[in-house]
Design a binder for this molecule. Structure first.
Ligand code: ASP
Length: 595
C-alpha cells in the first residue's frame, strides 16, 4: 500500500547529507537501490538524482512496525525516511560521497512500490538497447544518463549566458513552416483548415533567421528542434537540436571569433577543458589533400601524400590509368606496420573496396630495406625507391595507396587513416583538437540529380575572387562557408549569406531553379531583400553531437532523453502509429497502405 508524504519535507538530497550533519535529523526520499539484511539490521542504499546514501534500520530506532516494513522493501520502491545521521560504524565506503556516514532510520514510509524492473538500474548497463529504450523512463534513472542530462542542461545554460553577454537575442521561430525542399526530405503536417495543403517541420531556422536580420535584430540566437526525414544512419535522429545563430554586418572572421570564444567558455565551465585561441583554420582543399576529409581528426598525423608525379610513368597500369582518367594516386604511411600479417592487409583491401575503391595497393619496407608489395612486380626497383622516398617510408613502414578519381581516393584514404589510427590506438579521447574548415566549394555535382547542388545551402555567399567562374567553371567557385570540427566530427557549420538579389537569383539559376520555382519557394526571402537587407552570416551547432563529445559517449542516444531508433520509431511510445479514420477524414487524407 502506498503511503502519503503528508507532513514530511525532504530536507536533503541523498548526497547532500555529509559528515557535517552528524547528530542531526534528516528526511530523505528516493528509490531503493539495494537491500541487505544482516542479522537484526537492514541496510538500504537509497538513490536519488544526486547519488547514494546508506540507511540503517534496527527495531530499536524504527519500531517493530517500521522494521517489518523495511523487510518488505525491494529494488525501486520509492520511500521517505527520517532518521539520525551517524558516523559509519563499519566499513567506510571510499567510492561514495556519503561513504563515511549513514542514516539510522526512525521513520519509514513506502510512497510507492515497484514491480521487479526488467533490468538493474546501474551505471554502464550491459542491457540490450531495445530493452533500455522500451523502458526509457527506467534507463533514465541510471546515474550515467542522469549525468549526461544534467551536463546537457548546463551547456544550454552556459550558451545562453554567453550569448546574452554578447547581446544576442533569443527568438523562437515557427515549427509549422512552408515546405522548401532543398537538402533533406521534409516532415509534413497536413492542414485541416486548408484541404490538401501541408506545413513542413523546419529542417533548420535558416530562412527565418535571415528574415530576422532583415528586421534589424542584429544578433539572433536560438536552441531549437530541427527535423529531417532522412534515411537514417545509426548516428542520426529524425529530430535533433541546433544551437543556432545569425549576425548582421559581419564577415567570416567575426563569426569564427564569437564562436571560438563561445566554445572556449562552454568547454571550460562545463567540463574544465581549456581551449587556446585562435583555433586553427584550414581551407577545405587543404583538408582534403592532407587528410582526405572535410572533417579531419588532427589528433594524429598519417597525412595523405600525393605521389601522382612520381608514378606517372611507372608502368603500373592501375596507377597510370587513374591519372589518365583525371584522377590521382595518393598514399598514407602507416608507421611500423610493415610486418602486418597478410590476412590483415587483405582485410584492409576489403575495407578500401567498401569505401568505393577498386582495390588497395600496398608496399611494406622491410627492416633490411627490401620491399614486399602488391605491385612490386609491375614496377622497377628504382621507381619503388622513389615512391618510398616521397612517402618518407623508413624500414618497418607500411605504405597504402589508392588510385582513382580524387573523390574516391580521398574517401578511401581518409577512412583508412582513421581505421588505422583506431587500431593503433592513436586517438586520445582526452585531447580536444578543434579545427575550422573554411572555403568549402560552393557547389557539388550530383550524378543522381544530374545538376549542381549547393554544398551548404542556396543562400551561401560565393567568395568574391571566384565569382567570375560561376558560368565557366561553377565547380571551382569557393564559398564563404565554414565548419567547426572536433576530433574528426563536425560540430557545426555555417556561412556568410548572399544579401544581393542578383547573386541570389544567379545562384538559383545555377542550381537549376526556374525563376518561377525560385519565387514559389523562396519568394518571401527575395521580397524581403528588396527592402533593405544587411550583410549577414551565421552558424548552427548540432547540440546533441556537441554534448556527446563532451561526455565521451559514442552514441547520440546517450545524450537525448527520449531518442528514436534507426528506423525513426520510438520503442517506448510506439510512435509513429496509425490514427483513427475520422482523424484522417478531417485532414482530407486517405492512405494507400492497408494494415
Ligand atoms: N542552417 C544551417 C544548417 O542547418 C546552418 C547555418 O548555415 O547557419 O546547417
Amino acid at each position: 500500500m502506498a503511503e502519503s508524504m503528508r507532513g514530511l519535507h525532504r530536507s536533503h538530497r541523498c548526497t547532500e547529507v555529509s559528515n557535517q550533519n552528524i547528530g542531526e535529523t534528516v528526511t530523505v526520499m528516493g528509490w531503493v537501490q539495494k537491500r541487505r539484511n544482516l542479522g537484526s539490521l537492514i541496510f538500504i542504499d537509497l538513490r536519488d538524482r544526486s547519488g547514494i546514501l546508506q540507511l540503517v534500520f534496527n527495531e530499536e530506532a524504527v519500531g517493530k512496525e517500521g522494521y517489518e516494513k523495511a523487510e518488505r522493501l525491494r529494488s525501486e520502491f520509492v520511500i521517505a525516511v527520517t532518521g539520525n545521521v551517524m558516523k559509519r560504524s563499519a566499513a567506510v565506503n571510499e567510492s561514495l560521497k556519503t561513504g563515511d556516514i549513514e542514516v539510522v532510520a526512525t521513520d519509514l514510509r513506502i510512497l510507492s512500490e515497484s514491480e521487479t524492473p526488467p533490468f538493474q538500474i546501474e551505471e554502464n548497463s550491459q542491457t540490450k538497447d531495445e530493452i533500455r529504450l522500451k523502458y526509457r523512463y527506467l534507463d533514465l534513472r541510471r546515474p550515467d544518463l542522469q549525468r549526461n542530462m544534467a551536463l546537457r542542461s548546463q551547456v544550454a545554460y552556459l550558451m545562453r549566458e554567453f550569448m546574452r553577454k554578447e547581446e544576442f537575442i533569443e527568438i523562437e521561430t515557427p515549427m509549422l513552416c512552408k515546405s522548401t525542399p532543398e537538402g533533406a526530405r521534409d516532415y509534413l503536417v497536413p492542414s485541416r483548415i486548408h484541404a490538401g495543403h501541408f506545413y513542413a517541420l523546419p529542417q533548420s531556422p535558416q530562412l527565418y533567421k535571415q528574415l530576422l536580420m532583415c528586421s534589424g535584430y542584429d544578433r539572433y540566437f536560438q536552441i531549437t528542434k530541427c527535423f529531417r526525414d532522412e534515411d537514417l544512419r545509426a548516428e542520426r535522429q529524425p529530430e535533433f537540436t541546433q544551437a543556432d545563430m545569425e549576425l548582421s554586418f559581419v564577415d567570416v572572421e567575426d563569426v569564427l571569433d564569437v564562436n571560438e570564444r563561445l566554445l572556449q567558455y562552454v568547454f571550460k565551465e562545463a567540463i574544465g577543458v581549456e581551449i587556446s585561441l585562435p583555433l586553427p583554420r584550414m581551407p577545405w582543399q587543404e583538408a582534403m589533400d592532407r587528410y582526405g576529409s572535410d572533417k579531419p581528426d588532427t589528433r594524429f598525423g598519417m597525412e595523405l601524400c600525393d605521389v601522382s608525379e612520381i608514378v606517372k610513368d611507372c608502368g603500373f597500369s592501375v596507377f597510370t590509368g587513374a591519372l589518365e582518367n583525371g584522377g590521382s594516386v595518393r598514399g598514407i604511411n602507416v608507421k611500423g606496420q610493415a610486418g602486418m600479417p597478410r590476412k590483415k592487409i587483405d582485410k584492409l583491401v576489403e575495407f578500401a573496396k567498401g569505401c568505393g575503391a577498386k582495390g588497395l595497393a600496398w608496399l611494406a619496407v622491410n627492416e633490411d630495406g627490401t620491399y614486399k608489395s602488391s605491385f612490386a612486380k609491375f614496377m622497377m626497383e628504382e621507381a619503388l625507391g622513389a615512391l618510398t622516398e616521397k612517402m618518407e617510408g623508413k624500414p618497418g613502414d607500411l605504405l597504402l595507396f589508392a588510385a582513382d578519381k580524387n573523390k574516391i581516393v580521398w574517401n578511401v584514404l581518409g577512412a583508412l587513416r582513421l581505421e588505422m589510427a583506431k587500431e593503433l590506438e592513436l586517438l586520445d579521447p582526452n585531447q580536444y583538437h578543434f579545427l575550422w574548415v573554411t572555403e568549402f566549394p560552393l557547389l557539388e555535382w550530383s550524378d543522381e540529380e544530374n545538376r549542381f547542388m549547393a554544398m551548404h545551402h542556396p543562400f551561401t555567399m560565393p567568395m568574391e575572387e571566384d565569382w567570375d567562374k560561376i558560368d565557366s567553371d561553377p565547380g571551382a567557385v569557393r564559398a564563404k562557408a565554414y565548419d567547426i570540427v572536433l576530433n574528426g566530427t563536425e560540430l557545426g557549420g555555417g556561412s556568410v549569406r548572399i544579401h544581393q538579389n542578383d547573386i541570389q537569383e544567379k545562384m538559383f539559376e545555377v542550381l537549376g531553379f526556374t525563376k518561377e520555382s525560385a519565387y514559389e519557394k523562396f519568394g518571401f526571402l527575395l521580397e524581403a531583400f528588396r527592402y533593405g537587407v544587411p550583410p549577414h552570416a551565421g552558424l548552427a551547432y548540432g547540440l546533441d553531437r556537441l554534448i556527446m563529445h563532451m561526455v565521451h559517449s559514442d552514441s547520440i542516444r546517450d545524450v537525448i532523453a527520449f531518442p528514436k531508433v534507426k528506423d525513426a520509431s520510438c520503442l517506448m511510445t510506439q510512435a509513429p502509429g496509425i490514427v483513427e479514420e475520422k482523424q484522417l477524414e478531417e485532414l482530407y487524407i486517405r492512405t494507400t497502405e492497408v494494415e
